[in-house]
Design a protein around this ligand. Structure first.
Ligand code: HEM
Length: 449
């Protein structure tokens, strides 16, 4: 059985139809030929857009000359009320400075320090997910969202999600996502750059509320740092790290921008990855049993994480089939030649982990769930050239190492405790706005192991 895959649209549709499809779901709005193409051009009256699946071109954009392909500000427009000048949206020198201050907090050594907080969040999630007495299936997406939000608050600010402010932030984010689907369509909507971007009034109000709550937390932390009582967590680390080049540290407004993106980028994505992994395991009980055995044998220590090998392979396979960030957009700033085609400055470059990870000319049985592929020649080549759930190059996800630990730890804790089964009449339907989620929830039956 092949894991859920959105239907493709017919090869040719009108621009109007495309936009309508796109608004509903960016995955099923694409034609099937993109799973075989190395590049596809999309013409609009105001700009050209190129989806690039050729590994060499992707390397050029992300690794070799990333400064020539900044993030498109068409994407940023929809997120700015919430994220301000956060590292996810900035470009150039400002972005470089932000990474110099943030990256040390996520370096290898620091991950060991965040492990106890991740594990505590996982244990709390296991308690919340306790099977219902009558075996009724549950939608596990709210559970994985709750768990991933808890991980972020515990690692960043040393508070569990039950903390009053943390709960309010989490609830406000849910409202924000309802009022403003996070991927705004601006990069694909063929309007001129000056076209005004409208936000609903409640979207702006929610963004203001989230920012004011985060501002309170950040200001309180700054005071604790000043009087020497701050806990040693990611927030303290980031707020006390000076840019090695200029000596600057983040002030409160700058830190608020970063906290907003850590919360958003860090919890939506991990929540999606966990939910899809549990689904894939429910579909493949033999792998689920194997992982449960591995999890029960794990000593629960950071150093022992290396024993969770099959768990890591499964999580990696899940990130291949359901990359939480399905597409990324960059912009050309110079004349370029892509696969012998002239590309003018201002063109949109769409990089699609979704299509690359299922590319029919790269992967053996691309739509199959096969965690053993990572030990094969084809899987290893694919991993090197056509696998980028966390993007690549200098702009790679700051939280990639963190997310791999979080995913493996939470899975091990959940699988050691419970068995997850599919609910045949409620298969998940993947849809994507910013992250790949389900249209109607991820329904699974949970029972004690
Ligand atoms: C499975 C989980 C995750 C996935 C699949 C993921 C994926 C990604 C991807 C693909 C990007 C690049 C987006 C682009 O260039 O347009 C990104 C950027 C980013 N991610 Fe993650 N992410 C995950 C978890 C996290 C976590 C846990 C954090 C922080 C705690 C985080 C923080 C960030 C930040 C700050 C950026 C912006 C980096 C920059 O632009 O320089 N992510 N992530």
């Amino acid at each position: 059985m092949i894991p859920a895959k959105p239907p493709a649209r017919p090869d040719k549709v009108s621009l109007f139809r495309y936009l309508k499809l796109f608004r509903a779901d960016i995955l099923s709005a694409q034609p099937a030929k993109l799973y075989r193409a190395w590049m596809a051009e999309f013409r609009t009256p105001f700009f050209r857009s190129y989806m690039v699946n050729d590994p060499e071109l992707i390397r050029l954009v992300l690794n070799e000359r990333p400064d020539n392909f900044p993030k498109s500000d068409r994407i940023g427009a929809g997120l700015r009320p919430l994220l301000g000048d956060s590292v996810f949206l900035t470009n150039g020198d400002l972005w470089k400075q932000q990474r110099r201050i943030i990256d040390p907090a996520f370096a290898g050594g620091r991950l060991r320090d965040t492990f106890p907080a991740i594990k505590a969040a996982g244990a709390a999630a296991v308690t919340r997910m306790a099977p219902l007495a009558d075996g009724t299936p549950r939608d596990i997406e709210p559970e994985t969202s709750h768990a991933a939000a808890d991980v972020i608050f515990r690692t960043l600010f040393s508070v569990p999600i039950e903390d009053q402010i943390a709960t309010r932030v989490f609830d406000a984010f849910k409202t924000y996502q309802r009022t403003q689907p996070i991927l705004n369509l601006a990069a694909f909507i063929p309007g001129p750059r000056w076209m005004p971007r409208f936000f609903r009034r409640d979207t702006r109000a929610t963004a203001r509320l989230i920012r004011s709550l985060i501002t309170d937390m950040t200001a309180a932390r700054l005071a604790q740092i000043a009087d020497g009582t701050a806990p040693d967590d990611l927030a303290t680390k980031i707020m006390t790290t000076a840019d090695p080049d200029t000596g600057d540290t983040f002030d409160v407004p700058q830190m608020v921008d970063q906290v907003a993106i850590f919360f958003l980028a860090g919890h939506e994505t991990s929540a999606a990855a966990l939910a899809w992994t549990l689904y894939l395991l429910a579909m493949h009980p033999e792998w689920q049993d194997k992982l449960a055995e591995e999890a029960q044998a794990w000593d629960g220590q950071f150093a022992g994480l290396s024993t969770l090998k099959a768990t890591r392979d499964v999580f990696r396979e899940s990130l291949r089939l359901y990359p939480p960030v399905p597409m990324m957009v960059r912009e050309t700033t110079k004349p370029e030649v892509f696969r012998k085609r002239d590309v003018t400055p201002g063109a949109q470059v769409v990089l699609s982990p979704w299509h690359l990870h299922r590319h029919e000319r790269i992967w053996d049985k691309p739509d199959d769930f096969d965690p053993a592929r990572w030990q094969t020649e084809n899987g290893k080549t694919g991993q090197r050239t056509a696998y980028m759930p966390f993007s690549a190059g200098p702009r790679v996800c700051t939280g990639a190492g963190f997310a791999m630990i979080e995913g493996v730890v939470l899975l091990a804790q959940m699988l050691a405790a419970y068995r997850f089964e599919l609910v045949p009449d409620r298969p998940p339907v993947p849809v994507a706005h910013l992250t790949v989620r389900t249209a109607n929830g991820m329904w699974l039956r949970i029972s004690p192991r």
